[in-house]
Design a protein around this ligand. Structure first.
Ligand code: HEB
Length: 729
């Protein structure tokens, strides 16, 4: 990738920070605090448990909705008239900004939950006026109701917009289920938006790289500042650097970046007809009676097309509602000079354009106005690498068509996970490597599975090594972009196996042995069967007869379907479940545990019971700087007992910081003779220190709850093992 910073999440510049950075409550302290109604597990989702979005989508009248969306494109509304009589470009920008928040670092952001409806995204300066785009779609959303989510509608509308203007479309997969509350995502710590002075995040002169997992150059932007780094249009090199870095974090290479930007800007225009101080606040901060609209301005002015969004003014091509190659043709045909829009934004205008190369006025086609390029567009010819690609696309329309269609499809589907999650008749049959394709698994009889499990337990492999292997395989799963997980057995590829967290010199031989014993069972299944058999044995050895359910049917991905580079961001830099910390992050180590639990889709009790269980099973990473027994608060490791909790809460133990550890390691001493009993980390002690976690630890430590502990552990374990089994429902 074009990454110029290190790979560690949450590291960057500046001080210790909070897991969520600046949140909605910080931005809009006066906003209605509905979250007090979502405590005690009460859901904000009105659709209820029985609502099955797949089923509802499959019953959608797909042809009808497509026609309705197409008709809407040219059904100009007085309250927000369509430029050139066509809403297509506006809707493309809406879909692109819905998808463009995706970042590879943690898989969060992206189009898949319809977050553009909620703060902060609904009020990001870069999403200016997209409130109108979404509201234009309301009659269609209303009509098709439960059969299409907003999230799917954004993307489908983007596709229809491209199609209706003659652009190439690769396909569409539905299946993005809406959520009904803002997602908690770290968007940065800055207290300023891009338009009110947020600092630019990449500043090489000051040794500042883009903090992970962020993928935008300033607070409130989807990607880069169109006017140049820090608003400087002369910094051509910096412009390309910023684009390369931010697009890489959206999983896009140079070719995809050029195709997307040029392809996108074949359509529509920028809006900067008047100074930016002449309109109202963003939606989330606006007055009640504006009904969720923001950036308000005089309706008469809107009618005249006097709109300011980005502040830049003008279209890129003479045919803003038609797909074609005019963008590259003009970019290379003319020299561009730096000019200023009526709103005062820096932009580029062709010198002495021919009349035929001028754009129509957005409201009056008989009037001609100059075309423009943003500083970001200029990078496509000013940067030598981008330029090569741009020249190729200029001369080869078919190549641009194909590259744009594919990159758009990837952009809008990147966070949906495996293709099995896509719905509808327009899902392309071609498998794409970024979908992490996995061949279908096979079924085996129960006796075959049992015989294999018995062989594994007889093989001399330790309980802890089997549990660790299964955890290593399954826990790569991210609920954010639905990547990773046990299916596919990607763990067997060196690029993953050799992650330090996996203790490769222990994991390698375990995988080899399982491979040798598995017969016709897939390796992906074998790893889970073995780990689960080990948990079952550990429970039995602790006196609890329990079955750990295993659902087989996983397949093994082939090497040719494995894109090692795209898996790099999945490597954990901390895994509190294995007491592993590679690099101290900018957030507390226990924050990293919570973050990982969130990515695994776990509740607080599930996180707690898993940590307690994995510790007593000895599933601790040796590569944790602190050694093998850290956090294993039991004298009988390998048995599934609640010892972790009873010992953690035992008042006979006094905990002290191990000085050299910089408060990452602690020693537990007997109160009387001060002899050493245990070693532990922050992610251990937090279950005794934090009042909420302590309350749960108490439940698991209580007399009479020993079996509850085992049952809950097994349920949470199984949930993690099956987290990526989209084939099961
Ligand atoms: Fe874009 C628009 C920038 C990429 C598509 N953009 C736009 C604007 C700006 C921009 C500034 C204006 C806004 C207003 O309204 O004012 N982009 C940009 C940048 C980038 C981009 C900087 C990175 C480089 N785009 C892009 C992509 C896409 C797009 C990727 C897709 C694919 N855009 C777009 C469209 C439009 C825009 C379609 C138009 C809209 C209308 O017309 O409304």
């Amino acid at each position: 990738t074009g990454s110029i910073s290190g790979g560690c999440p949450f590291t960057g510049n500046g001080d210790m920070r909070d897991l969520l950075g600046r949140t909605n409550r910080d931005w809009w302290p006066d906003a209605l605090q509905l979250d007090i109604l979502t405590i005690e597990g009460r859901s904000a989702d009105p659709m209820g448990e029985d609502y099955d979005y797949c089923e509802a989508f499959n019953a959608l009248d797909y042809a009808a909705i497509k026609n309705d969306i197409k008709a809407l494109m040219t059904d100009s509304q007085e309250w927000w008239p369509a430029d050139y009589g066509h809403y297509g470009p506006f809707f493309i920008r809406m879909a692109w900004h819905a998808a463009g928040t995706y970042r590879t670092g943690d898989g969060r952001g992206g189009a898949s939950s319809g977050q553009q409806r909620f703060a902060p995204l609904n009020s990001w300066p870069d999403n200016g006026n997209l409130d109108k785009a979404r509201r234009l779609l309301w009659p269609i959303k209303k009509k098709y109701g439960k059969h299409i989510s907003w999230a799917d509608l954004f993307v489908l509308t983007g596709n229809m917009a491209i199609e209706s203007m003659g652009g190439p479309v690769f396909g569409f997969g539905g299946g993005r289920k809406d959520v009904f509350e803002p997602e908690m995502v770290y968007w940065g710590t800055e207290e300023q938006w891009v338009d009110t002075g947020a600092e630019t995040r990449i500043q090489p002169d000051e040794g500042k790289a883009l903090e992970n997992p962020l993928a935008a150059i300033q607070m409130g932007l989807i990607y880069v500042n169109p006017e140049g780094p820090g608003g400087n249009p002369h910094d051509a090199e910096g412009m390309a650097r910023d684009m390369r870095e931010t697009f890489a974090r959206m999983a896009m290479n140079d070719e995809e970046t050029v195709a997307l930007t040029a392809g996108g800007h074949a359509f529509g225009k920028c809006h900067g007809a008047k100074p930016a101080d002449t309109f109202g606040k963003a939606p989330e901060g606006e007055a009640l009676h504006t009904m969720g609209f923001g950036w308000l301005t005089d309706p008469e002015e809107i009618g005249k097309g006097h709109i300011t969004t980005s502040g830049i003014e003008g279209a890129w091509t003479p045919n803003p509602t038609e797909w074609g190659n005019d963008y590259f043709r003009l970019l290379f045909k003319y020299e561009y000079e730096l000019t200023e829009s009526p709103a005062g934004a820096k932009q580029w205008t062709p010198i002495d354009p021919e009349e035929a190369d001028m754009a129509p006025d957005a409201r009056d086609p008989s009037k001609k106005v100059p075309t423009i390029m943003t500083t970001a567009d200029m990078a496509l010819k000013r940067d030598p690498e981008y330029r090569k690609i741009s020249e190729r696309f200029r001369d080869d329309q078919a190549a641009l068509d194909d590259a744009f269609a594919r990159a758009w499809f990837k952009l809008t589907h990147r966070d949906m996970g495996p293709k099995i999650r896509y719905l509808g008749p327009d899902v392309p049959s071609e498998d794409l490597i970024w979908q992490d394709p996995i061949p279908a698994g096979t079924q085996q009889s129960e006796s075959v599975v049992q015989a294999f499990a018995d062989k594994v337990l007889d093989s001399g492999l330790s309980i802890s090594s089997l549990v660790k292997a299964a955890w290593a395989s399954a826990s790569t799963y991210r609920n954010s972009d639905h990547r990773g997980g046990a299916n596919g057995a990607h763990i067997r590829f060196d690029a993953i196996k050799n992650w330090a967290v996996n203790d490769p010199e222990e994991l390698g031989p375990v995988l080899d042995k399982l491979d040798e014993l598995r017969g016709d069972i897939s390796l992906a299944d074998a790893i889970v069967i073995a780990g689960s058999a080990a948990v079952e044995k550990a429970a039995r050895d602790a006196g609890f007869d329990i079955t750990v359910p295993v659902t087989i049917g996983r397949g093994d991905a082939s090497e040719e379907h494995f894109d090692a580079e795209s898996w790099e961001p999945l490597e954990p830099f901390a895994d509190g479940f294995r007491n592993y910390l590679k690099t101290k992050a900018q957030v507390k180590t226990e924050d990293m545990l919570v973050d990982r639990a969130n990515l695994l889709g776990l509740s607080i009790p599930e996180m707690t019971v898993l940590v307690g269980g994995l510790r007593v099973l000895g599933a601790v990473s040796k590569h944790a700087e602190h050694g093998t027994s850290i956090g294993v608060l039991t004298n009988r490791p390998g048995k599934l007992t609640n010892d972790f909790f009873t010992n953690l809460l035992d008042m006979g133990t006094l905990w002290e910081v191990v000085d050299e550890s910089g408060d990452e390691e602690f020693v537990g001493r007997k109160r009387g003779d001060r002899s050493e009993l245990w070693r532990a980390t922050r992610t251990d002690l937090v279950f005794g220190s934090n009042s909420q976690l302590r309350a749960i630890a108490e439940v698991y430590a209580e007399d009479g709850n020993e079996r509850k502990f085992v049952n809950d552990f097994v349920a949470a374990w199984t949930k993690v093992m099956d987290a990526d089994r989209f084939d099961l429902t």
